[in-house]
Structure formats: C-alpha cells, structure tokens
Design a protein around this ligand. Structure first.
Ligand code: UGA
Length: 422
C-alpha cells in the first residue's frame, strides 16, 4: 500500500519504518526540516533499538517531506501520529490533531479517489467522530464515509521496545463500523497472527486510555502495597510473585519502586480523570493513582534520613531517564526526587548514560559525573532511579545505597542497602 504518516515523532517514525518493512511505500510528513533530512539520509531522528537497521534496509520505501498535499495525493491511507499533550489542568490539548485534520482536508479537496485516515494518536473518546471527521469534511468539502473515512487504530508501543512491540502486538484494535475502512486495514495487518478486535470508533479510543490507565493504577497499587510491605519487613516482589500466580491477577507490571513517568501514563491518566470530571464523575481511583505516584519519591528521603542528614551531603543520582534505553526525561521520577533533595539542602551529582543533556536543561545548577563509577566514588549516598544495566556491575563498597528500581546486585557490595519497596 501507499501510506502517508502525519508526524515524524516517536510513534510516526516507528510506525512508518515498520510499515515499510511489511512492504508498504511510506511518506512521512513533518514540519521539522532536521527530522526530514535525517529520515531521508536513512538516520532515524530518535533512538529506538532496531530502528536504524530497519530504516537502512527499507530506505528505498521510506521518504520524508513537508509537502502534505503531494503526500495525500499519492497515497491511499494516512496515519495521524501527532502528539496530544496535556493542558495546564491535565485535560487533552487537541491543537496538533486539529491542525493535522484541517491540512488533510485541504489536501483531499483536490483528490478524486477515496482516502482512509487512521488515527494512531491517543485521543479522548469521541474525537474522531466529533473533531477529526468534521474538520476533514469542512476543509475538503467532501463527505465522511463516502469520499473518505476516519478510523481509530491506537498504538501500544513502549519506548525502548517499540519496534519489537510493533511486530509482536497482543492485539490490534480497529475502531470503525465502516466495511470499506475495515477491509483496507485488515489488508494492512494481514501478516499478524494476533487477534484483531473490531469495535466502534469511540470504543477503540477508550480502549487506549483504559489500557494505559489500568497499567498506571496497577503500578500505584504495587507501590502502595510495596510501602506497607517495606514497613512490615516484607519483600513486596515476593508478595506480587505469589499473588501474580493467580491467572486473574497476572505477574506483569507489579514492579514497585519509584513509580511511573514518561510521556504517556501521567498524561493519559490525567486526561481520563478530567474527562470523567467534565461528565460530573469523580474519578477517585485515577486520582489516587496519580497522588500515590506523585508522592512515591518521598520514600527515598525517609530512607536516606535514617542513615545521614541530607543537608550538605553529596547525594549521587544514578539514572535520570524515565526508564532505561532512552534519553527521555518527560515526567521522570528523577525530576521530583532531585527537586526534593535540593530543597532538603543536598548537593546533587547525577549520572545517566543518555539523559544528562536533557536533565541539565531543567537543573543547570547540578553537577554531572563523567561515569557511573565516578559518581559512586564521589557521593556520600547513592540513589538508583533508573534501572540501567550498567548499574548492576558497579562496586558500591562503603556506600549507603537507596534503590528505587531493584538492582539487587548493589546489595552485595553496599555497606547499607535499602530497597524502596523491599
Ligand atoms: C506506555 C505503554 O506501556 C505502551 O503500551 C503505550 O503504547 C505507551 O505508554 C503510549 O501510550 O504511547 P511507555 O510509557 O513507553 O509505554 O513505557 P512503559 O514501559 O509502559 O513504562 C512507563 C513507566 O512505568 C516507566 O517510568 C516505568 O519505569 C514504570 N513502570 C513500569 C513501573 O514503575 N513499574 C512497572 O511494573 C512497569
């Protein structure tokens, strides 16, 4: 198929390159010249394991442009992969979605053939029907369901594992009741053996929010129980191992520790919460999940204070990214923790294999170590914030270590070792 992708960010680039690997011709539409040049030079504009190799292999089937009119004219299907950030109050900001829909509409005005628009971006239920389709119809002067269709096909890609996740989905969600649209999409995903779940547009949009919110709630539950387990001298990981053997509960996403960060969970839970409130519903569980997550870094302060006065001490922060294998620090727990330690009078020294430049933009005043070994050597106490593999092999001899991500090997060498929930 001939496919255009609106947005050469994380979801758009990964989706585009992976669709090319499946044999499709892909045009990525971007406004950022640097990203366009990078994709056209066969260098992904972001780091994601396996992506560079796939782009090199399928370079002849992927190109990037800022010319949306030609991209729409020369393709049959367009994926919308633009960001849906939060507003100040947590509600969803649809500005990029609206802009994309209007541009697609304008381009479609000149096109005679039917066009399918697939929404991958995370949007609150009702957005495809009440925002995207009407905008495309208005600008193209064409009829939804006849000249073009809009469907929802949410993405479930984890940063750091996005290429793997693309090719090994648990399920594909197809939100559409339009047979023409379902037929095209099924054709696109014919090489996948997982279940394809068909539902209404609104339902598909809701499934994405429910998936992310449920996982976020599960992590906050693990952290609340983890804090109690710690107070009782119990290892919460053993508790969840046992509880997770119940097939109704399952073992995954019970990694208690510092809590969840990143560009998705905090934003999506807040957007669902605001949506509920706009319907007069109190979203108490979602509210609690966010509150637990916001407070979880305080356990580190309590544990450190058991062994040293924080004021004036050099506290080493091992890991700044919201998770390993990325330089992404959006909503990373390192931000809350460093703010709190600074307000307690600590001197911060930080190290991360990829995220230090990003972190310095928020905290220009902190010192960064040139290696994880230097950091451990030069700190009075060390806090493990991101579970980078290299932190497992460090020598923590003589150090106080508070571990927020369960690098259990640190216990072997540290003079004091405290796990956050174990
Ligand atoms: C998440 C979802 O997992 C994807 O399915 C979804 O497509 C994506 O959001 C999205 O909406 O685009 P991502 O944010 O990349 O993916 O990362 P996760 O691996 O899910 O981790 C999120 C956060 O939760 C990290 O800070 C991680 O450290 C934390 N986490 C995860 C825990 O604290 N405990 C766990 O057991 C698992």
């Amino acid at each position: 198929m001939k496919i255009s992708i609106i947005g050469g960010g994380y979801v758009g680039t990964v989706t585009g390159v992976c669709l090319a690997e499946l044999g499709n011709d892909v045009t990525i539409v971007e406004i950022d010249r640097k990203k366009i040049d990078s994709i056209n030079s066969k260098i992904p504009p972001l780091f994601e394991p396996g992506l560079k190799e796939l782009l090199e292999k399928n370079g002849h089937r992927v190109d990037a442009t800022d010319d949306i009119n030609t991209a729409i004219e020369t393709t049959d299907v367009t994926f919308i992969c633009v960001g849906t950030p939060s507003r100040e109050d947590g509600s969803i900001d649809l500005a990029y979605i609206e802009k994309a829909a209007a541009s697609i509409g304008k381009a479609l005005e000149k096109k005679a053939q039917y066009h399918l628009v697939v929404v991958k971006s995370t949007v609150i239920p009702g957005t495809c029907d009440s925002v995207i389709a009407p905008l495309i119809a208005e600008y193209s002067k064409k009829q939804a369901g006849v000249d073009f269709s809009v469907c929802s096909n949410p993405e479930f890609l984890r940063e750091g594992r996005a290429v793997y996740d693309f090719f090994h989905p648990d399920r594909i969600i197809l939100g559409s009741e339009d047979p023409q649209c379902i037929q095209v999409l099924q054709g696109l995903y014919t090489q996948f053996s997982c279940p394809v779940f068909k539902c209404s547009l609104k339902t598909a949009e809701m499934i994405k929010y429910v998936s992310n919110s449920f996982l976020a709630v599960k992590i906050s539950f693990a952290n609340e129980i983890g804090n109690l387990s710690k107070a009782l001298g119990i290892d919460s990981y053993k508790v969840f191992e046992g509880a997770g053997m119940d097939s109704r509960i399952g073992p995954l996403f019970f990694n208690a520790g510092l809590g969840f960060g990143g560009s998705c969970f905090p934003k999506d839970v807040a957007a669902l919460q605001r949506l509920g409130e706009s319907k007069g519903l109190k979203m108490m569980l979602l509210d609690a999940a966010l509150k637990i997550n916001r407070g979880q870094h305080k356990t580190v302060i309590t544990l450190l204070e058991r062994y040293i006065p924080i004021k004036g001490k050099k506290i080493g922060i091992l890991g700044l990214a919201f998770k390993p294998d990325t330089d992404d620090i959006r909503e990373a727990k390192s931000i809350d923790l460093v703010s709190s330690l600074l307000s307690h009078g600590a001197k911060i020294v930080a190290y991360d294999p990829m995220a230090m430049d990003q972190f310095r933009k928020i905290f220009p005043e902190i010192n960064c170590a040139s290696s994880s070994r230097d950091l451990v050597r030069d700190s009075d106490a060390v806090v493990i914030v991101t579970e980078w593999k290299e932190f497992e092999d460090l020598d923590y001899s003589g150090k106080i270590v508070v571990d927020g991500r369960r690098i259990l090997k640190a216990r072997d060498t540290a003079s004091v070792y405290e796990g956050v929930c174990w």
